[in-house]
Design a protein around this ligand. Structure first.
Ligand code: HEC
Length: 170
């Protein structure tokens, strides 16, 4: 080996050694840096997830007896308001309960707007006609069910329907 070769070898070894040292330094640094940012990212993620869960949490939850949360933030239930009694008008009752038969005259029902069918009935007196509508009856032409089959209707509602039907049919 010449002196020149020796010098080359030394320099070469020095350069390679330096490069290896730099590579190792970068590797070690990246371990620290990477670890730190990854932990940070995880923390952010957890905080973000928690906030997200809170935002999309359902407004209410099913309350199972024996499993009530300590403080729901909801006060004691107020007393239920008494429902206001509502009454349907004559035409409303007619459309809901009477039109099925009296609209077309099914089964011998006197048809709405047919004075010929209604005048003999009115001749027996309005009382009777009203009573028949509320209590129902078996006539010559067919069977009129009590309240047209809608026993949930009040007497007043049925009377309003009768008034409407009579007014439309005379
Ligand atoms: C299932 C069919 C049916 C329904 C629903 C029905 N009716 Fe009738 N209704 C009849 C029949 C049938 C007659 C005639 C019976 C007869 O005279 O032979 C009649 C007769 C009447 C009469 C005449 C009574 C009389 O004395 O002549 C009135 C008033 C009347 N219905 C009112 C109503 C009212 C009000 C409703 C709705 C709340 C209603 N009906 C629903 C079948 C029905």
């Amino acid at each position: 080996m010449t002196a020149q070769d020796d010098q080359f070898f030394d320099t070469f070894t020095l350069v390679i050694g330096g490069l290896v040292a730099v590579a190792v330094a970068i590797f070690v640094f990246s371990l620290f840096a990477g670890g730190a940012t990854q932990r940070e990212a995880q923390l952010v993620d957890e905080a973000y997830q928690a906030a997200l869960q809170e935002r999309i949490a359902p407004i209410g939850r099913v309350r199972v007896p024996g499993d009530e949360p300590a403080d729901t933030g909801v006060g004691e239930p107020v007393e239920a308001a008494t429902p206001v009694a509502t009454q349907m008008s004559g035409p409303q009752v007619y459309n809901a309960a009477c039109v099925a038969c009296h609209g077309t005259g099914i089964g011998g029902a006197p048809k709405l707007g047919d004075p010929a069918a209604w005048s003999p009935r009115l001749a027996q007196g309005l009382d009777t006609v009203q009573r028949h509508a509320i209590e129902g009856y078996q006539g010559d032409q067919g069977y009129m069910p009590p309240k047209g089959g809608r026993v949930d209707l009040s007497d007043d509602e049925v009377l309003a329907a009768v008034e409407f039907m009579v007014a439309e049919s005379s």
